[in-house]
Design a protein around this ligand. Sequence first.
Ligand code: ADP
Length: 249
Amino acid sequence: QDSTTMSIDVQHISKTFGTFRALDDVSLKINDGELVALLGPSGSGKTTLLRIIAGLEAPDPNPGTSIRFYDEDVSRRAVGERQVGFVFQHYALFRHMTVFENVAFGLRVRHKSTRPSKEEIRDRVERLLSLVQLAQFSKRYPSQLSGGQRQRVALARALAVEPKVLLLDEPFGALDAQVRKGLRAWLRRLHEEIHITSVLVTHDQEEALEVADRVVVMNNSKIEQEGSPDEVFHSAKTQFVMEFLGQVN
Ligand code: ADP
């Protein structure tokens, strides 16, 4: 038996929408604390796989299919019971709440039953906001922040639920190239600080290579290749997939 603890272990995942097979027997293991990028052209199945890991979508009910987090079968658990944090491209911050209140919302969700005191909430929100380097913005509303700052608030809110796993779906996709570059470096540093198991969906090759510990290349509903950023970058197969990607994006 495998002795290392897998943070995420999904086996034989297929997903069919009507007659279209969006995922075709995909298996993936992610180590504790690893940051994995799912890289591939648009329509290759990345988001569908992420949504299945999260519990937002159910895989086709095949006999060999399994979804495990830290050796526990979570396939029957709803999204709210999987201890996952999300950040999506279109930030869903609450517009009528300040930065502080947005992050506190995540904390209240997490600690529904224990009801932390006002002081505890304040301490934790302040810690999370300094982690994402936004401590001085806590009284602002989302409309008073840049796109990149909003995504950092979204990340703080996702971390407030104390997730076991962080799922990022094109988190910087809506931002311009310069801001994205800055956020990539920032996300890498943050990951080195907190080492939370993370899956980043992206169609940006540079982003995947710069941020991830390991890159998983998807194409045509399958995992085509995986390896360290270096291995993937030097692979002829990846070059082929990404050339194709260059044409579609
Ligand atoms: P990616 O994230 O790599 O761009 P997706 O996982 O979003 O790819 O989508 C893979 C394919 O599955 C796409 O062709 C998409 O149109 C299709 N698809 C995804 N979700 C649905 C859905 N709810 N209903 C029908 N087709 C879907």
